[in-house]
Design a protein around this ligand. Structure first.
Ligand code: ADP
Ligand code: MG
Length: 273
């Protein structure tokens, strides 16, 4: 199986740069009521690196991503953004972020791309991409429009600015959602199964865009069921099993020489021969 050229990670993240990761999670615990979903998970997304999260359905991948983005509360453990720890108030099931300004600042620096695109159906593609930078960040409209058109060009749908999402294919809608995430100019991009709602032939056009972003040295955290893409673009792969990291490492190691029996089973069930 293809693995990312080991030199490209170094090129993307010069070792001279401060080694503070964009996202760092330490010993995170998260439960929904009695259901313990994350049982002490630690991971980092270093600047310029692509980290993929893999694992069976229900293993906690989306929950981890949503906790990293502060869309979900967690009960124990630390989350740091560029070395800055999230301030909490309360404990256990009552723990919440203490500082709303900090929460908003960090959240707007982490753009999420969802499986179901989540575009506004009543807005054109251009309006969708411009919406958050203008209304949430208060950015200048004309400048944002210029940037939005640039990002739509970049994902290959510069000609779709004035159409509505329903008039586009799933692959085009997902590329619009990626342009929307980029237009926030975030410090990291978070993807939750970005290709799993797409037909196989449309998957490829989205994978090409994600791969190009990886090659630009963007910091990305990607939940995916696509082992080929994970092997191809990741610097680091994390295998979650029932709320714990069962195994992690470079893609060549994880896919080429899986050590735990659970990972071996998972890969033999998911990777096509
Ligand atoms: P994955 O993304 O790996 O498939 P999830 O993080 O979505 O897994 O879910 C992990 C577990 O948490 C599952 O058992 C799921 O049913 C449960 N879960 C996820 N979201 C919620 C929620 N909002 N309320 C209650 N349980 C949830
Ligand atoms: Mg999920």
């Amino acid at each position: 199986m293809l693995t990312k050229d080991s030199n490209s990670a170094d090129a993307a993240a010069p070792v001279t740069a401060a080694a503070t990761p964009v996202i760092e999670i330490r010993g995170l615990h998260k439960a929904y009521g009695d259901l313990e979903v994350l049982k002490g998970v630690s991971m980092t997304a270093p600047r310029g690196h692509v980290v993929s999260l893999i694992g069976s359905s229900g293993s906690g991948k989306s929950t981890l991503l949503r906790c990293a983005n502060l869309l979900e509360d967690s009960q124990q453990g630390e989350i740091l953004f560029e070395g800055e720890p999230i301030a909490w108030k309360g404990t256990g099931l009552n723990r919440r972020p203490a500082d709303r300004k900090q929460l908003m600042r960090i959240r707007t620096n982490l753009s999420m791309v969802f499986q179901q695109f989540n575009l506004w159906s009543h807005m054109t593609v251009l309006e969708n991409v411009m919406e958050a930078p203008v209304t949430v960040l208060g950015r200048d409209k004309a400048e944002t429009e210029e940037r939005a058109r640039m990002y739509l060009d970049k994902v290959g749908i510069g000609d779709k600015c004035d159409v509505y999402p329903a008039q586009m294919s799933g692959g085009q809608q997902q590329r619009a959602a990626i342009a929307r995430a980029l237009c926030m100019e975030p410090k990291a991009l978070l993807f939750d199964e970005p290709t799993s709602a797409l037909d196989p032939e449309l998957e490829q056009e989205v994978i090409r865009v994600i791969k190009a972003l990886a090659e630009e040295g963007r910091t990305m955290l990607i939940v995916t069921h696509d082992m080929r893409m994970a092997a191809d673009i990741s610097d680091h792969v994390v295998f979650l099993h029932k709320g714990l990291i069962e195994e992690e490492g470079a893609p060549s190691e994880l896919f080429g020489n899986p050590k735990s029996e659970r990972l071996q089973q998972f890969l033999s069930a998911t990777v096509p021969a």
